[in-house]
Design a binder for this molecule. Structure first.
Ligand code: PGA
Length: 252
């Protein structure tokens, strides 16, 4: 079985001006190892992408956006396309975050277009999936994850599945301080890997599947050491350079 490189991503959401991003990196970059593992990805708001890319040049940190439109260009006021992100030097893009699904009506139909558009432009998609509290309580987690994975990856060729990064983020654990137990994370991630395997065995072996939802320095080591859990997508705790650096160092 091929080794999968661990992956730690910081989702800053709608936080940090360019000056705050600069201050974060001035503290964060000296604290991280200069090694190929884990892969470190910082996802700032659009407005600080360029600054963060410039400051991370010659560091192991790569930069991803938090959303994009599926079309290359067009009359879509307020939107940003994949070629525009590539033009800035962006490496990847978060797609289908639950906050976009909840507050901005991001649909599986849109994601079925966005994921291949990102890949086609040369961006690494970080596709987020996960159930809400009611769905977990009603025992619908498996159905929800199956539906999201099948729909969102429907137009990705089997041979390119391994280029997608998936983040399993139970909505009830995002920003709530309530973390999935390592067993819950592992179980959901195993299900996602089986869904990928039903399309491509090689893809399932190579694809990175992360856990996200109230990951913090004290719970990160246990969560990311679970079999099959390839890293974490960290929100709130990634805003602090020392906290995010400690999670990165725990994944070395
Ligand atoms: P959180 O957010 O770590 O603050 O729970 C994770 C995410 O939304 O990606």
């Amino acid at each position: 079985m091929p080794e999968r490189t661990r992956y730690l991503a910081a989702n800053w959401k709608m936080h940090k001006t360019t000056e705050e991003a600069e201050r974060f990196l001035a503290e964060f970059l000296p604290q991280i190892p200069d090694s190929a593992e884990p892969e470190i990805v910082v996802c700032p708001p659009f407005t600080s992408l360029k600054t963060v890319i410039e400051l991370c040049f010659q560091s192991p940190v790569r930069v991803a956006a938090q959303n994009m439109h599926e079309a290359d260009q067009g009359a879509y006021t307020g939107e940003i396309s994949a070629p525009m992100l590539v033009d800035l030097g962006v490496h990847g893009v978060i797609l289908g975050h639950s906050e976009r699904r909840q507050h901005f009506a991001e649909s599986d139909a849109a994601l079925a277009l966005k994921v291949p558009a990102a890949l086609g432009a040369g961006l690494e998609p970080i596709l987020c999936v996960g159930e809400n509290e009611g769905q977990r309580d009603a025992d619908e987690t498996e159905d929800v994850l199956t539906r999201q994975i099948q729909a969102d990856l429907a137009e990705v060729p089997d041979a390119r599945l391994s280029e997608v990064v998936i983040a399993y983020e139970p909505i009830w654990a995002i920003g709530t301080g309530r973390t999935a137990t390592p067993e819950q994370a592992q179980e959901a991630i195993a299900l996602i890997r089986e869904l990928i395997e039903s399309r491509s065995r090689e893809g399932a072996e190579a694809i990175r599947i992360l856990y996200g939802g109230s990951v913090k320095p004290d719970n990160a080591p246990e969560l990311i050491s679970q079999e099959g859990v390839d890293g974490a997508l960290v929100g709130g705790a990634s805003l602090d350079p020392a906290d995010f650096a400690s999670m990165v160092n725990a994944a070395v």
